[in-house]
Structure formats: C-alpha cells, structure tokens
Write a protein that binds this ligand. Structure first.
Ligand code: DAH
Length: 326
C-alpha cells in the first residue's frame, strides 16, 4: 500500500485538471464512495499493528493532498464561472433605478412658460428675499397705503429685508437694468402672512409677465392673455373685469368660467407711469402691460383638487400620480 500511495502522490504532483467536468471525474476517482481513498481506508483496517502507524501517516498526507488539489481546482473553476457570468450580465437589463416624478407645480409652471416662450417672453428670475423698494415702494405701494394690507408678509427683524409677496418685484429689478423693448416672464416662490387652509398658504408660486415697448396698448394685453388662455385651457369662456393694483393703471382681473363658476386667475393691467418713472424710463415714450398669476390656483383647477396643502405635504402617494407627465 505504501508503494501505491507513493506512486499516486507522484502522479498527483504532475496533475493538471482542465475543466470542471475533469474535476468531477477526479473527485469520483479519488474521493467518491468507491474511490481510491475509501478503498485504501478499507484496506487499512486489515493492516497489522506494526505497519499501521507508518502507513496511517502517509495515508493521511495522501488524503490531505487530494483534498487540497480538489479545493484548489474547485475554487479556480468557480471563479472562472463567476467571471463568465458577469460577462453574461452585460447583456441582461440593468438594475431598475427608482425614477421620481416632476412636482405638479413644476409641470404646470413649465406648461405656462412654454406658451409664453413661443411669443418671445424670456425667463427672468429674482430673489425671494427682497427689500421694501422692490416689493412695494417702486411698485407704487406708498408707505402706509392700504394696498400693503392685502399683502402682509414676513419681515426680517431689524432689517429692511422681507420675503417677497409677489413676483412683481422682478419687474423693477429687470427694468432698472434693461431698456425696452422688454418681454419677460418671471416664475417663482412668494410668501404671505396668511393662515394655512385648503385654499391659502403662507408660501406659493406665481408667474409674472412684463411687456414694455413703444405704443403698447390694452389691446396687446388682451390679445396676449387670450393667446395664453387658448393654448393652456383650450376653448374657454373668460371675462376681463376692472380691478385695482397700485402698479397698473387701468387694472383688470381675468376670470375663467370653470364648473359653472367664475374663477379669478390672472391679475393684469397697463404698467402705471409712476412705476416707469421710478426706474427712469420715460412713460411718454414707452408703455406696457404686466400680468401675474398663481400657479397653485391653476394647478388645483387642472388636476381637480380641492386642497392647496396637497402640493406641500410631500406625500409620495400624491406625487407619484404625476409620473406620466413631464
Ligand atoms: N402681484 C399681484 C398679486 O400678487 C398680481 C398682479 C396683478 C401682477 C396685476 C401683475 C399685474 O403684474 O399687472 O396679487
């Protein structure tokens, strides 16, 4: 038996296994139930005590040798298989990534912007933290004027800063730095000191528009707004109703007939000459119109919602419903 083990050890030192199936043959031959190792152990039982110690030692090293060879090749072929599997993975579809959805306010905002882009209005944004000049004074809200009451906001203590109450402040910022012709649209977030309820919030979004050039008339205002309404709502019944804003004269409110009710959606008017003077533009040479609308109000209409708070709760069950839109 010693001789047999010696010969086999010699053979094993030169062994070369080339594939997993060859390894399986090796396993069966040496480690299988009826394999060489088992037959040696069976034989070992009948060996006389005198020889047992010597043969036992070499039998154990032989066994270790076989197991090492087997494990080595097993690992080798496993690794190889994994690498091959990884290569195969390249053709498989990748892991699914969770795709979010655009917020409904952004969807509506983009739709509005796209329509005004078509007729040459460029986007211009302004800061949400404003000062009295841009938010009120330059827009002809004199200090102590009751019109300020309509737009109470959050003031920053011991400073002239405040959170803007409307995007109309961007009109002044743009007019101070640019000369007519002007055609801008200003989307953004605005703030009011209001109780939060189903129809009002202390934070919401507006889109402002400003058009300034020579000989701009109320007819241009009406046509522009009608163009927007037609493109956004399709055929619908609207009315322009006289109103009051300190920075436009005359001022109007556009109402739309929606579910048998008149809903006020756009404030507008001809830019007041006082505003133009405040930014050093000659009102005898230039005239223009401005308008402003609340994005939440329009979104509530479009999505048939009855509570503005849905927009700000960040509830995925609500937000996921807008996945199909862009
Ligand atoms: N800034 C007004 C508001 O928040 C909306 C508005 C009305 C804007 C008339 C305008 C305008 O530009 O001409 O209530």
């Amino acid at each position: 038996m010693l001789k047999k083990i010696k010969n086999l050890n010699k053979k094993l030192s030169k062994i070369n296994i080339n594939s997993a199936s060859e390894l399986e043959i090796f396993r069966i031959k040496y480690l299988g139930k009826k394999g060489i190792l088992n037959s040696f152990f069976k034989e070992f039982k009948y060996i006389n005590n005198y020889e047992k110690q010597n043969i036992g030692l070499s039998l154990n090293t032989f066994k270790k040798n076989i197991k090492n060879i087997f494990l080595y090749y097993k690992n080798f072929f496993l690794k190889k298989k994994n690498i091959n599997n990884n290569i195969e993975d390249l053709t498989k579809p990748g892991n699914k990534k969770y795709l979010g959805s655009r917020h409904p306010i952004s969807i509506i905002k983009n739709r509005i912007i796209n329509i005004f882009n078509k007729i040459g209005f460029k986007i211009c944004e302004g800061p949400e933290i404003e000062d009295d000049w841009y938010n009120f004074t330059a827009l002809n809200f004199p200090y102590n004027h009751p019109a300020r009451e309509m737009q109470d906001t959050f003031f920053i203590k011991k400073s002239s800063k405040l959170l803007r109450t409307h995007t109309s402040s961007v009109q002044i910022r743009y007019l101070e730095k640019n000369k007519p012709p002007i055609r801008i649209i200003s989307p953004g977030r605005v703030y009011r000191n209001e109780n939060i309820s189903s129809y009002s919030h202390c934070m919401f979004h507006q889109i402002e528009g400003l058009y300034l050039d020579k000989k701009v008339s109320f007819k241009d205002l009406k046509n522009t707004i009608n163009f927007f309404i037609k493109n956004f709502f399709g055929k619908s019944i609207t009315r322009l109703r006289p109103s009051y804003f300190p920075f436009t004269e005359p001022s109007a409110e556009l109402d739309i007939l929606w579910n048998n009710k008149w809903l006020e959606i756009i404030g507008c008017g001809m830019v007041d000459p006082i505003v133009l003077k405040n930014v050093n533009i000659d009102p005898d040479l230039y005239s223009g119109f401005a308008f402003g609308m609340g994005i939440e109000r329009i979104s509530l209409m479009i999505y048939h919602l009855n509570d503005i708070r849905f927009f700000f709760e960040n509830d995925l069950r609500f937000l996921e419903q807008f996945k199909k839109e862009f």
